[in-house]
Design a protein around this ligand. Sequence first.
Ligand SMILES: [Zn+2]
Ligand SMILES: [Zn+2]
Ligand SMILES: [Zn+2]
Length: 320
Amino acid sequence: MSELRWNPQLRQWVIVAAHRQDRTHLPPAEFCPLCPTLPGAFPTEVPAEDYEIVVFENKFPSLTLPPAELGALDSELYKTAPAAGICEVVLYSSEHNSSLAEASVEHIRNLIEVWTDRYLELGSKEEVEYVYIFENKGEAIGVTLSHPHGQIYAMPFIPPVIATELASARQHKEERGTCLYCDILQEETKDGSRLVVENEFFAAFVPFFARYPYEVHLYPKRHLQSFAHFTDEEKQGLAQTLKELLVKYDELFGFSLPYIMAIHQAPTKGEHGEYHFHFEFYPLNRTATKLKYLAGVESGAGTFITDMSPEDQAKKLRGE
Ligand SMILES: [Zn+2]
Ligand SMILES: [Zn+2]
Ligand SMILES: [Zn+2]
């Protein structure tokens, strides 16, 4: 069973994917389904002895095309909708014990081409309103397979975080005539105390309003909406910036830092010239041994409390 249920309290969709409980959970490395298939060994998801980057449909998708039949549980108040969409897995490397931080700039550059291709291809499907590219990294985040990989959800609606960001961008534009994100970027690069990595094309910083420990946002300096608008130079610049940032993350506590990586792009239907492409990273480690949990105030009231100033977090990330 898989369907969308409308939460009328928060005015947002919930994906009910009741079949996902029996997913493969952290198999031993020699039975990793994301490694290449070696001669004479068990067949993995990838029927090849080696690979660079591979994309395939998630075996346990929350969204499918065609979507599952709807149950008959909806009412006037309780709306349901088909869980239409596509869930893909992106394998970053055939190397089981590696991470994006260890990949070469050239390899990351190739991954950016893959992300661009998937954004355009999935976004062109009639049922898809939003292509969400992300990575859950590390067991602390609840990753069920440790092989380096990211995911893509091609969704039949614009998810609430993006909807809020779009509304903020529109309102800011109406009030001041400028792009909210270009203005944030200007504030962050002018002040500089929260910058982590900066070059000609990109800036990565702990935002003034960060919610997670060592949260970093990465913006292109040019006002653009999606991977589709990147020039070759910008793709190269992004690969370099990502590499530098991820290395800094791993240097922070001396181990491969668990995080959520969210790529925020414009929806794939309609005009969204007011939006500004960016990455958001949410690590979970407050210290080398302590994790940040979303507890009562965060989960129950939606207000985040951070225990280190964003300026100090940026300083630590810069290695000062
Ligand atoms: Zn593996
Ligand atoms: Zn902008
Ligand atoms: Zn965002």
